[in-house]
Design a protein around this ligand. Structure first.
Ligand code: ACO
Length: 357
């Protein structure tokens, strides 16, 4: 029995390799740092879906169809109650998509993620959603749909770097959930909603918002040491640190730190984040000398998305907009495997009375 399935190999994949001991992530044969520095979201969709779908169009045509699908998603957009969270709005938007295993559905899910998230951000602020501009890239259009301003190329590039970096990561909890759902042949939409539901937890994709809450509570660098000591003494988990697989630094942390550093005006916030990071790592080493706990992807996600003026309540939904590419690729891979996921459990409950037998 392995309750966290830590040592269980549950799938063969052509998509990504998380090398936990070495702190490396390889996606489709390329290091994540290189992908983050060079690829746009549309290129990444093409790379991840290449083996998943027959007759995948060129990256340019895929980009055109994603833009068209954003417009279609906007037409089906429903106003949400003001107290609906951004994740709920994204889940509701995705839930209305057709639920089959086609490329068309995959494109609608990927495109719709940006539209539903941006609209939910605007509605939460009491602002009207902004219609997509299909001539823009997914990243540029998302930032525009959130803020109402067309971003400059550095901002769009930074969001591309983020979305590419988080687009796939082995059998993390949400990807595994997506594979389990797809193994029943429920459809890509069901698989993606399963993935999103797993992602939202604070131990997985819900951490970057709380990273900023931690920054706020610490306030000044002088307070960091006492704040961290108290949090660890309470038994709190410090958001943005630790990982099930990585025993070395999560390579995505540096990819995102670099991307944030290329944005103007981030130097002060980065210096603050680096200070907190050093303090936390030092304290975690003291508390867990035998368990390497390093910075994970969520820590610098928080700094990067904050610099792009995305509200912290939307961070997990934006994460989902990147990871949906991987969920879909994994779902398709699981479907081609053709076997329903069905592990066993050990019964520890009461045994029937002898008399009942
Ligand atoms: N802060 C404080 N203590 C921690 C942290 C942390 N961030 N991470 C692990 N620990 C502690 C655990 O409580 C455990 O202590 P215990 O033995 O006294 O119970 C010990 O370190 C060992 O924990 P692990 O077995 O390494 O943790 P696990 O693999 O179960 O969990 C997880 C991994 C969920 C990521 C954990 O490190 C955590 O909760 N981190 C904070 C939340 C976070 O940043 N999540 C995002 C992860 S990245 C992603 O999902 C995209």
């Amino acid at each position: 029995m392995d309750s966290g399935l830590e040592n269980v190999i549950a799938a063969e994949t052509m998509l990504s390799d998380v090398k936990g001991d070495m702190g490396e992530l390889i996606i489709k044969g390329r290091y994540v740092e290189k992908l983050a520095a060079t690829m746009a979201y549309e290129d990444m969709a093409h790379l991840l879906w290449h083996s998943a779908f027959e007759a995948l169009p060129t990256p340019q045509e895929l980009g055109r169809r994603l833009g068209q699908a954003r417009q279609e998603a906007f037409e089906q957009l429903a106003d949400r109650a003001p107290d609906t969270t951004i994740i709920q709005s994204l889940r509701l938007g995705w839930a209305a998509e057709q639920d089959d295993e086609s490329l068309e559905t995959a494109i609608h899910l990927a495109a719709g993620g940006f539209v539903f998230t941006a609209a939910a951000v605007r509605l939460a602020k009491g602002l009207a959603p902004i219609a997509p501009d299909p001539s823009l890239s997914s990243s540029a259009d998302f930032l525009r749909m959130v803020s109402g301003r067309t971003p400059d190329s550095k901002q769009a590039r930074a969001l591309d770097a983020y979305l590419v970096t988080v687009s796939d990561h082995g059998l993390n909890a949400s990807t595994f959930a997506a594979r389990v759902v797809s193994s029943t042949r429920a459809g890509l939409t069901s698989a993606v909603i399963g993935g999103l539901s797993a992602l939202k937890g604070p131990l997985h994709g819900g951490a970057p918002g709380p990273v900023l809450d931690m920054f706020d509570e610490i306030g000044e660098v002088e307070n960091a040491e006492v704040w961290i000591d108290m949090a660890l003494a309470r038994g709190d988990r410090l958001m943005g640190f630790g990982h099930r697989v990585y025993r070395a630094r999560d390579p995505r942390a540096d990819a995102l730190k670099n991307a944030a550093g290329r944005l103007p005006g981030t130097a002060g916030r980065l210096a603050f984040a680096e200070h907190i990071e050093r303090e936390v790592l030092g304290k975690l080493r003291l508390k867990y000398p035998n368990r390497p706990l390093e910075t994970n992807v969520e820590f610098y996600t928080a700094v990067l998305l904050e610099a792009l003026e995305i509200p912290r309540e939307a961070f997990t939904a934006v994460f989902a907009c990147g990871l949906v590419l991987g969920w879909i690729a994994h779902a398709r891979e699981q479907i081609s495997e053709g076997r329903i996921v069905r592990p066993k459990s050990i019964y520890r409950g009461p045994v029937p009375e002898l008399a009942e037998a």
